[in-house]
Design a protein around this ligand. Structure first.
Ligand SMILES: [Zn+2]
Length: 172
């Protein structure tokens, strides 16, 4: 029987060789097309709650790997935050700002403007950035070495003009 798949950063491929003309770029539309069609198919199979959980779990893995492979986890917190903000812009993921930063209690409120997953979506009456919730938790988790939870409290899809997340360390 085939082995279960385990993500490896190298699986993202060599884009210099593989896409000499198109490079490391695609449209937000095509990214969202994949994400929202996955969402429908997974919802049909597993229901909405389980689908949100799957997106969150995949986002968590992505956040950890993103942090491990693209960021310097040896930086002190404020430098790390600055590097994270820049990287998220460079990757076209979003414009990250910290509204509250409590390094003692490990509690943060942050916003992501022009979010890759949801900025510009029609009103849906609920937050849709389950993947982002996982992604943000994964970055914090990888950097600080303990589990985190991120909950989206405002979203473009609920009428916000930004996505706002409350991030906290999980009790050990
Ligand atoms: Zn959102």
């Amino acid at each position: 029987m085939a082995q279960p798949y385990r993500f490896n950063w190298n699986d993202l491929g060599d884009l210099t060789e593989g896409r000499p003309h198109l490079g490391n770029s695609t449209s937000v539309q095509s990214y969202r097309l994949m994400q929202f069609t996955f969402k429908q198919v997974l919802c049909e199979r597993f229901g909405r709650e389980q689908t949100a959980e799957l997106f969150r779990a995949a986002g968590l893995l992505a956040g950890r790997e993103f942090c491990r492979n693209l960021l310097d986890t040896g930086l002190p917190p404020m430098d790390f935050i600055a590097a994270l903000q820049q990287r998220l812009i460079d990757e076209g993921i979003g414009i990250l700002r910290f509204e509250q930063t409590d390094l003692e209690r490990l509690h943060f409120v942050l916003t992501v403007d022009e979010d890759l997953d949801c900025s510009g979506l029609p009103l849906m009456g609920e937050t849709v950035c389950d993947y982002d919730e996982g992604f943000i938790a994964g970055v914090f988790e990888q950097y600080l070495g303990r589990p985190f939870e991120a909950v989206e409290i405002d979203c473009w899809a609920t009428g916000g003009r930004t996505c706002r997340f409350e991030v906290r360390a999980m009790p050990l």
